[in-house]
Design a protein around this ligand. Structure first.
Ligand code: BG6
Length: 487
């Protein structure tokens, strides 16, 4: 029987901004995700349009606090009121780890508050206690797409140096408070995504930077997040000596469309765009090729004294990533069919099938990614997001999602190959998302990822009751056998 390593951390992932709900409860402040509007009339593959946002859109959102239909992240899956039931279900599946994020605006409603919100701190105390009761380790993302809105409106988000000061205070508070409950931490979810969706990741709205090179604004904000991430790693290690802190990147995989050297070169360049951000957080300095890019694009990053040494002295302990798909690139893209991906478009690979949202399903690409990342960093890896967004149908309380089981089976087989054959050190796996939640890119509930179905539609209609899908029972068996060889 082929087995996963002993102690392998099997589990699932969520993020407060898409899952928690209770957006105006318990003293929580507004966050960027509470103003992210669903665009029901847009093609689901048109991510750039889904992500577009202006200051006027924020004013509109602020004027309609009662509107949960157009702002579905406000209700999410209502984990806020279901956490006991949800964690019990995760325990029934045998989870060893549960990835979730803390909503910064639940702890510091405006980011710049003098003191933290005790009610918010108590909420996560209860959540973590519930996990620990079942022997589930929380894996906590400090920032997953939800800077407090006040940071956007009064400081211009992460472009402001002050964001680091507020974030540091937040990190100190959560590390002190949860030091006996949380050992595994991630700093910024998909830190690279600030380039693709500057608002959700960095609280940046282009019309607030007239006359400025907006690309430079994004990279400056990213620099602040790198510094904040190093600071968070330092603080975490000081307060929680046995803690482990990871970076988190979007692991997109690009293949050359043909064996033309020009296409190979293009693919290599695209892959460097992926690695630039983990390189920075693992090696503690910007890679030369990113600096060359800055130079070639007239991007000037303002650093303060101590930034470089902080980044150098506090690299991450492990490398975590999301992996959903791969796509192709070519020097000359004319005439080649395109397909959607994780908030980006790529060229269609004729050998791969796509999901209903146009994401190309590529389990071997996961093995390739594991090998590439491990060879590059020699640090433990953690897959903290991977899964299939699909349309599920509930009939008489049952959801037969054999397509999801098939997706996981193929990906798990490739993980095992990477561990056993390629010698990769893989700490664990948290599927995205273990319970249905609101999609980040399209704000739909109907793009379902979970082992657990949430009875709600795209407009927030439904009971929000939970139902076990067929994949729930299958994953339960994978975890209890620590193997795929039970079928
Ligand atoms: C990752 C994000 O990029 O992809 C998640 O970290 C997101 O927040 C996930 O939900 C899947 O993307 P989507 O758009 O299908 O929700």
């Amino acid at each position: 029987m082929r087995k996963f390593p002993e102690g392998f951390l099997w589990g699932g992932a969520t993020a407060a901004n898409q899952f928690e709900g209770g957006w105006d409860k318990g003293g929580k402040g507004w966050s960027v995700s509470d103003c992210a509007r669903a665009k029901f009339d847009l093609d689901v593959q048109d991510y750039s349009k889904h992500n577009e946002i202006t200051t006027k859109d924020i004013e509109e959102a602020l004027a309609h606090p009662e509107d949960l239909v157009n702002y579905p992240k406000r209700h999410g899956s209502d984990f806020y009121n279901h956490y006991k039931e949800d964690i019990k279900l995760l325990a029934e599946m045998g989870f060893k780890v549960f990835r979730l994020s803390i909503a910064w605006s639940r702890i510091f409603p405006n980011a710049d508050d003098e003191t933290p919100n005790e009610e918010g701190l108590k909420f996560y105390d209860s959540v973590f206690d519930e996990c620990l009761k079942y022997g589930i380790e929380p894996l906590v993302t400090m920032s997953h797409y939800e800077p407090p809105l006040n940071l956007v409106l009064n400081y211009d988000g992460w472009y402001s140096r002050e964001a680091i000061i507020f974030f540091e205070k937040y990190v100190r508070v959560i590390c002190e408070r949860y030091k006996n409950k949380v050992k595994y931490w991630l700093t910024f979810n998909e830190v690279d995504s600030i380039i693709r969706h500057p608002y959700t990741t960095g609280g940046l709205i282009e019309d607030r930077f007239p006359g400025k090179n907006f690309e430079e604004v994004c990279y400056q904000a990213m620099h602040h997040q790198f510094v904040a991430s190093a600071l968070a790693t330092k603080i975490c290690h000081e307060i929680i000596p046995n803690s482990q802190v990871g970076c988190m990147i979007t692991k997109l995989s690009y293949y050359p469309m043909t064996c033309k050297p020009e296409d190979i070169l293009k693919a290599q360049q695209q892959m460097r765009n992926i690695y630039a951000y983990s390189d920075t957080q693992v090696f503690g300095e910007y890679p030369s090729y990113l600096l060359s890019y800055y130079k070639g694009h007239n991007i000037h990053i303002h650093k303060e004294e101590g930034d470089d040494s902080l980044m150098k002295d506090y690299p991450v302990d492990f490398v975590s990533f999301s992996y959903y798909m791969s796509s192709c690139v070519a020097q000359d893209e004319s005439g080649i069919e395109k397909t959607a991906g994780n908030t980006v478009m790529g060229l269609k690979n004729p050998y791969l099938k796509t999901s209903d949202w146009g994401w190309q399903i590529d389990p071997i690409g996961l093995r390739i990614s594991l090998v590439e990342l491990y060879d590059r960093y020699r640090k433990p890896l953690f897959i903290v997001e991977n899964g299939l967004g699909a349309k599920d149908e509930m009939v008489n309380g049952k959801i037969h999602d054999e397509y999801r089981i098939d997706y996981y089976r193929q990906h798990f087989k490739c993980m095992l190959d990477a561990i056993e054959i390629d010698g990769v050190e893989l700490m664990g796996y948290t599927s995205w998302a273990c319970i249905d939640l609101i999609s980040e890119s399209t704000k739909q509930m109907s793009k379902r990822y979970g082992f657990i179905y949430v009875d709600a539609d795209d407009y927030g209609n439904g009971t929000f009751d939970r139902y076990k899908k067929d994949s729930f029972y299958w994953y339960q068996k994978v975890i209890s056998n620590n193997s795929l060889d039970f079928e």
